[in-house]
Design a protein around this ligand. Structure first.
Ligand SMILES: [Zn+2]
Length: 234
């Protein structure tokens, strides 16, 4: 029998390891779940991330699951994102995967006919372009468009949050959670204005100030969104 890795006091998802339970080929640990129940779980399942609760996690509603998505503070603790290259590097991984530190994060995975970079964090798989947005702007976007069509090119300037037309029209001069006006994003040379209409993204240019970029956006919005006959508005 090999040496048993001490897990007492460690937390894995919603589970806190109270003490060793027994050894039967492998080690089993008594874990207290956030919901209050105590169960005996194989150490290997805990360390691998396969088991993160007593089982109650699966029963909880989708809303709770969503709220457990990673946030900007958490991601900056474990990954470093380079907006110029679009590459993520592991800076801190759990002590069970120290070998990853300093290496490029993510693997290429096919999805809906394209290849995307996916990064696994705490047992969840995230698209790297969504994480890039979270890293830079502080929130996970619903939908991101790769401007140059290369779905593995995650430089921040290549990413555009795709807005639903109706959403854009419902806001007169709204602000995104990052403080920038609608249709405006930061890029290395200033502020980029872009607009999506009927699924097509129009680049409106790069401006020195947010207000210039916002003006360009509003002008384009008025001509695109309120001219349904010309642009096949849905
Ligand atoms: Zn539980």
């Amino acid at each position: 029998m090999g040496k048993i890795m001490e897990l007492t006091g460690e937390t894995f998802g919603d589970l806190e390891v109270v003490s060793i339970d027994r050894v039967e080929g492998r080690s089993y640990w008594l874990c207290k779940c956030k919901c209050g129940s105590v169960s005996s779980i194989a150490g290997s399942s805990l360390v691998s991330g396969n088991t993160k609760s007593c089982g109650c996690l699966m029963l909880r509603d989708t809303k709770t699951i969503e709220s457990q998505e990673i946030n900007q503070e958490e991601i900056k603790k474990i990954l470093e994102y380079n907006p110029e290259t679009g590459v993520f590097i592991w800076i801190k991984v759990s002590r069970f995967h120290k070998e990853k530190t300093g290496s490029v994060a993510g693997t290429s995975q096919p999805s809906r006919g394209k290849i995307y970079i996916k990064i696994g964090i705490n047992g969840r798989s995230y698209a790297a372009h969504r994480l890039a947005w979270l890293y830079m702007y502080g929130y996970l976007p619903k939908c991101i468009d790769h401007m140059n069509g290369d779905s593995t090119d995650n430089r921040i300037c290549n990413l555009n949050e795709v807005t639903v037309i109706q959403n854009a029209q419902n806001h007169t001069l709204g602000e995104k959670p990052n403080g920038l006006p609608l249709g405006v994003s930061r890029c290395s040379s200033g502020y980029r204005a872009r607009i999506t209409a009927s699924g097509v993204c129009h680049s409106l240019g790069v401006f020195e100030t947010t207000s210039e970029a916002s003006d360009a956006y509003e002008l384009a919005r008025d001509s695109l969104h309120y001219a349904p006959s010309r642009f096949g508005h849905v």
